[in-house]
Design a protein around this ligand. Structure first.
Ligand SMILES: C[S@@+](CC[C@H](N)C(=O)[O-])C[C@H]1O[C@@H](n2cnc3c(N)ncnc32)[C@H](O)[C@@H]1O
Length: 236
């Protein structure tokens, strides 16, 4: 076998093995429960997530598991302890919970209709378990950013995002939001599921404003994990 084919075979094996390991972090309760929930094992904790069935943010998407796994397994390099972290499109809250369990000061954000369930999951999984209790805040992409998140007080070390790009009509507003929330030193960790051509176009637009680095690729899940920082920073 030539070295190129061998490399491809090894990458394919690594992808499938790690992807299977990531997906194995999800479990379902053994019996019927009064309130339906899904379980996840991260940071040595059993995390219980209650889902709803009425919107995109109501279930835990596989990109969230990829990002949680990355945060857990790279906790030395990307140390969350006492860091200011914002998650956009937090949905049911798994990523924000894991970042909180790792010691971050988290602000979990989403559309207003998602916030009740998000708050419930965050409280249930972080009370008495975290150094800093996560906050929940409304953030509709592109809406009232100056009022609710004034640039002068945004001081986020990390911006986390899982599966926020898909066929919705707010892609330009999403890009504006990424830009608004980041200062020069903010690190974006973004897990991206590729479904349609639209996603590639968004990545191209994103690259006009941010330096983008692919840090993991799981072809078997159609998910890539990116690290990004604002372009034209004075200090890199
Ligand atoms: C595919 S879900 C991903 C949820 C979660 N990050 C995960 O991976 O499980 C997309 C999320 O983006 C949120 N979202 C969609 N459009 C939005 C908008 N215009 N402003 C803010 N959040 C939005 C949805 O409510 C939902 O929580």
């Amino acid at each position: 076998m030539n070295p190129e084919d061998q490399k491809e075979l090894t990458e394919d094996h690594d992808d499938k093995q790690v992807a299977a390991e990531i997906m194995a972090r999800r479990f379902i309760p053994a019996g019927i429960t009064a309130v339906p929930w899904e379980g996840f094992n991260f940071v040595g904790r059993e995390i219980r997530i209650t889902e709803a069935t009425d919107s995109y943010g109501a279930v835990v998407w596989s990109s969230a598991l990829v990002l949680c796994y990355f945060l857990e397994t790279n906790a030395k390099q990307y140390n969350m302890v006492d860091k200011n972290v914002i998650e956009i499109g937090a949905g049911t809250g798994l990523v924000s919970i894991v970042a909180s369990l790792l010691g971050a000061r988290v602000t979990a954000t989403d559309l207003p209709e998602l916030l009740g369930n998000l708050q419930y999951n965050l409280s249930r999984n972080t009370k008495m378990k975290c150094k800093h209790l996560p906050q929940v805040k409304e953030l509709s992409w592109g809406v009232a950013l100056d009022e609710n998140f004034p640039r002068s007080s945004n001081n986020f070390d990390y911006l986390l995002a899982a599966d926020v790009v898909y066929a919705h009509p707010f892609l330009e507003e999403l890009l504006i939001t990424f830009d608004h929330l980041c200062k020069e030193t903010t690190i974006i960790l973004w897990a991206m599921k590729f479904r349609l051509e639209k996603e590639n176009k968004f990545v191209d637009r994103f690259k006009e404003l941010f330096d983008l680095e692919e840090i993991s690729n799981f072809p078997s899940l159609s998910i890539k994990l990116y690290k990004a920082m604002k372009k034209n920073r004075r200090s890199a």
